[in-house]
Write a protein that binds this ligand. Structure first.
Ligand code: ADP
Ligand code: MG
Length: 233
């Protein structure tokens, strides 16, 4: 499956089309996207609202399937995978961070970060160690037993990042992770992503903020379901 040309590509997507039925009519939201991401790269994706950014991220994260195209994740053909195989792939290889944090408010920080381990076979002592390490990495060790509902927005996003990285995924996908935060807090959160990147994480981040986007190795722009232009640093 793993062709020589794509050996170091964590993401290798070709000709991705996504068509929704909107008011009974087919509407193509993604119109043939090619997207390759090397292991260890930090790529940002910008584009106007409705341009298909979240749709693309959901496909990359195996939360949704394309209508057409080919998508190899870590050399594995995701289109040939069953839904069950896709769920396992997601749990083992991908960490998600969303704009709205998506924590369970009544659970503690620790319990929130523990959630993705329900879908892995990691042994309990190692689970505890990974959760504690992840929470410490985002600077919230002292709040481990606090409920998520007691946190500020910036702290919630830190927990969401800890949850995304605790399972040690190969790929971190973030959909406007600083979109609900004030500028200073957003900068702190971006700093965490940069730390992760320095430690070797592969990151694809959607953002509205050009200052956030330009921190990545590469910034791509979506427009009406196609790449608008490509800038490389
Ligand atoms: P962005 O994240 O760039 O704002 P999205 O990927 O969320 O854009 O959406 C792109 C377009 O696809 C929008 O017009 C949106 O209404 C439409 N869309 C997204 N998800 C669905 C869905 N499940 N069913 C129908 N249309 C959808
Ligand atoms: Mg979106």
């Amino acid at each position: 499956m793993c062709a020589a040309a794509s050996r170091n590509h964590l993401i290798d997507a070709v000709g991705i089309v996504k068509t929704y039925q909107i008011n009974g009519r087919p509407v193509s939201v993604l119109k043939g996207i090619d997207f390759a991401v090397m292991e260890g790269e930090f790529v940002s994706v910008m584009g106007p609202s409705g341009s298909g950014k979240s749709t693309l991220l959901h496909i990359l994260g195996c939360l949704d399937r394309p209508s057409e195209g080919q998508y190899l994740l870590d050399g594995i053909d995701t289109l040939a995978a069953t839904d069950r195989e896709l769920s396992r792939m997601r749990a083992r290889r991908i960490g998600f961070v969303f704009q709205t944090f998506n924590l369970v408010p009544a659970l503690t920080l620790y319990e929130n970060v523990e959630l993705p381990f329900l879908y892995t076979a990691v042994q309990p002592p190692l689970v505890r160690q990974r959760i504690e390490t992840a929470i410490s990495q985002v600077g919230l060790d002292h709040r481990m037993e606090h409920r998520a509902s007691e946190l500020s927005g910036g702290e919630m996003q830190r927990v969401a990042i800890a949850r995304a990285l605790a399972t040690q995924p190969k790929l971190i996908l973030a959909d406007e992770p600083t979109g609900n935060l004030d500028t200073d807090t957003g900068r702190d959160i971006l700093g965490l992503f940069q730390d992760l990147h320095r430690r070797g994480a592969t990151i694809v981040m959607i953002t509205h903020d050009p200052q956030v986007a330009e921190q990545a190795d590469r910034c791509l722009r979506l427009k009406d379901g196609r790449w608008a232009d490509i800038e490389t640093e």
